[in-house]
Design a binder for this molecule. Structure first.
Ligand SMILES: NC(=O)c1ccc[n+]([C@@H]2O[C@H](COP(=O)([O-])OP(=O)(O)OC[C@H]3O[C@@H](n4cnc5c(N)ncnc54)[C@H](OP(=O)(O)O)[C@@H]3O)[C@@H](O)[C@H]2O)c1
Length: 332
């Protein structure tokens, strides 16, 4: 495993991290979840990503149990706040109240005194940015949070936050967590250039496009049993990609991966890691063998000719529109 700085911060993270959205506390049983975490640790993954909202807060509990006994200093634990964690009108968003309450719940469930990175899961249009950033800064002063970042914020939102942090003397954002894969490149036009200039790193999600880039979903055929596309919680998210034009083109990536001696999942993860603004690719897994497969992408270099071949194969199904980075227009 190779390690990178999280943006321009001093924190080192594994360039492949393990995330537990959809899987822990939901799609997979606890034994399988723990086995995946163990496999990740064995392969040198030190960075683990979760969120208060995953599986209605159960995902943090599972991760807390799975990491119990591991030397805390050897881990980087990331979580998030924004999406609803309860029925109450204040159980959501980025108000000072919800941030202060949600971090306490996350720390309790994760069985730790601090998280290494606390991320605003989306932009909250109903809270002044100053309020959110001051609450984040207070958590840093309290030692509950070591670094702060955001997820799926637009370049304009990140720029506004940095300006306020500089004016008010708050801790600066060190990272953004966007969706990024060969198929979804919407951060490249605006978010990445700003973050490169300002020293934020990308911790990218769904680098394998939720399994689609493994090539296991065949055009015109039902998805394999037990895969995310068949899972009641997962199928809604992956549905956007389950179109024959996308699936056919993905099949055409197979010879490229084979020529390089890579699995399709490794090619997909290696692809996002070629972007120097990416600090880490967060992979998900339902089985330990998937983790072992995916982590081998660490350190792989893809030359310009390979990147061009991938672009030629995928052609028009690649999404690049920066306007696709959106947060809800009202609090969920
Ligand atoms: N900030 C955000 O808004 C946000 C949103 C989404 C995710 N995330 C983060 O990003 C993490 C990763 O997202 P993701 O799970 O969508 O990532 P992903 O790595 O693109 O997809 C993971 C899924 O693909 C399948 N898979 C993975 N490796 C495979 C392999 N080698 N062979 C065959 N199938 C394989 C597995 O599902 P099956 O076995 O079920 O098919 C696995 O659960 C999340 O856990 C979370 O931490 C953040």
């Amino acid at each position: 495993m190779e390690y990178r700085h999280l943006g321009r911060s001093g924190l080192m993270v594994s360039e492949i991290s393990y995330g537990n959205w959809i899987t822990h506390g939901s799609q997979v049983e606890e034994d399988a979840a723990v086995e995946c975490v163990r496999a990740a640790l064995d392969e040198g993954v030190t960075t683990f990503d979760t969120a208060d909202v995953y599986a209605g807060t159960r995902a943090e509990e599972v991760l807390g149990r799975a990491l119990k006994g591991v030397r805390r200093e050897s881990l980087e634990i990331f979580t998030k706040v924004y999406w609803p964690t309860g029925e109450g009108k204040n159980d959501r968003g980025l108000s000072r109240k919800h941030i202060m309450e949600s971090i306490n719940g996350s720390l309790h469930r994760l069985q730790t005194d601090y998280v290494d990175l606390y991320q605003a899961h989306r932009f909250d249009v109903e809270t002044p940015l100053e309020e959110t950033l001051r609450a984040f800064d207070d958590l840093v002063r309290q030692g509950k949070v070591l670094y702060v970042g955001v997820s799926e914020w637009s370049a304009d939102q990140i720029a506004r936050a940095l300006k306020i942090a500089d004016e008010m003397g708050f801790d600066r954002l060190v990272s953004n967590q966007p969706q990024y894969s060969m198929l979804w490149r919407v951060i490249e036009a605006e978010v990445v250039p700003l973050c490169e200039k300002e020293g934020l790193g990308q911790i990218v999600w769904s680098p394998i496009a939720q399994g689609v880039l493994t090539g296991k979903y065949l055009p015109g055929q039902p998805p394999p049993a037990g895969s995310r596309a068949t899972d009641p919680t997962g199928s809604g998210f992956i549905g956007r990609l389950m179109h024959d034009d996308v699936l056919r083109r993905v099949q055409d990536l197979k010879p490229i991966a084979a020529d390089l001696g890579l699995s399709m999942a490794q090619l997909a993860v290696a692809w996002v890691l070629q972007n120097p603004n990416v600090s880490s690719a967060i992979v998900g897994a339902t089985k330990p063998d998937q983790v072992r497969d995916n982590v081998k992408a660490s350190g792989v270099k893809l030359d310009a000719e390979v990147l061009k071949k991938i672009d030629d194969v995928l052609g028009p199904v690649v999404e690049r529109d920066p306007a696709k980075t959106v947060s809800p227009s009202a609090r969920p």
